[in-house]
Design a protein around this ligand. Structure first.
Ligand code: PEP
Length: 263
């Protein structure tokens, strides 16, 4: 279980699913489902990452209904403003009350060829505007075979933190690429081994105090059936959930992992 002082975070990455009208119905149902189950947000924080076009609707609903859900974008520009067609700046996300932003998801690294340097610049842009970057790192199956489990995530995190001022709040998600959407999650032992290595990187770069306060999530085929065993690991402080975050019953069950952690 997460060390004292680190509030577990369950984050739902919707990817390119649910338009703004669907997002409103979804967030209402999710909030009801968690309320019905008496979920205590102080013991496990919940964040959702809808598409950009949903953010204004989600913000309005969360604010009007005083919901405890946090939210943010799935990506951000490294630039402040200007001639960058299609980009969204950290300032715009902050203006919509985003608390977090996902940066460096493997789909962006692979499909959009994002480099480590670009990711470091995005992380810095988020921090400049008071948004907590949720930095994704993870190895492919080929990396795993060639370099072992920790080398690539460690190198990616080291690069991503290059421009981060000391004493900054960041969240890290270890997402082995081979586990994303595959139905084959890492074992709790595998997740713990890499999470421990990532915490050592944070300690080296940002200091031991920041390292012990930073949430490190696991992501990759997380379901209600495997969350409890992952959350028993001391360095795993939550989950970044893709597919299962679109199923309200499944996602609320993941959020309420404390209820089944002993099972
Ligand atoms: C993801 O894409 O961040 C992810 C973890 O996806 P899934 O849960 O579907 O494996």
């Amino acid at each position: 279980m997460a060390a004292v002082g680190r509030v577990p975070l369950i984050a739902g990455n919707w990817k390119m699913n649910l338009d703004h009208l669907q997002s409103i119905a979804f967030v209402q149902k999710l909030a009801w489902s968690l309320k019905d189950a008496h979920h205590d947000y102080a013991t496990t924080e919940v964040a959702i990452f809808p598409p950009f076009t949903d953010l204004r609707s989600v913000q309005t609903l969360i604010s009007a209904d005083k919901l405890d859900l946090a939210f943010g974008g799935q990506d951000v520009s490294a630039e402040e403003s200007g001639a960058f067609t299609g980009e969204i700046s950290a300032r715009f996300l902050k203006a919509l009350d985003s608390s977090y932003v996902i940066i460096g998801h493997s789909e962006r690294r692979t499909l959009h060829h994002e480099t480590d340097d670009e990711i470091a610049r995005k992380v810095a842009a988020a921090i400049t505007h008071g948004i907590v970057p949720l930095i994704c790192v993870g190895e492919t199956a080929a990396d795993l075979e060639e370099f072992g489990p920790s080398a690539v995530p460690v190198a990616q995190l080291t690069a991503a933190l290059a421009r981060v001022p000391k004493a900054t709040d960041v969240v890290v998600a270890y997402e082995p690429v081979w586990a994303i959407g595959s139905g084959l999650a890492a074992t709790p032992e595998q997740a713990e081994q890499v999470a421990m290595a990532l915490r050592a990187v944070i300690s080296d770069v940002l200091g031991a105090g920041v390292a012990s306060a930073t949430r490190i999530l696991y992501g990759g085929s997380v379901k209600a059936a495997n969350i409890a065993s992952l959350m028993r690991e001391p360095n795993v402080d939550g989950a970044l959930v893709g597919g299962a975050s679109l199923d309200i019953a499944e996602f609320s069950s993941i959020v309420r992992f404390l209820k089944h952690v002993g099972t």
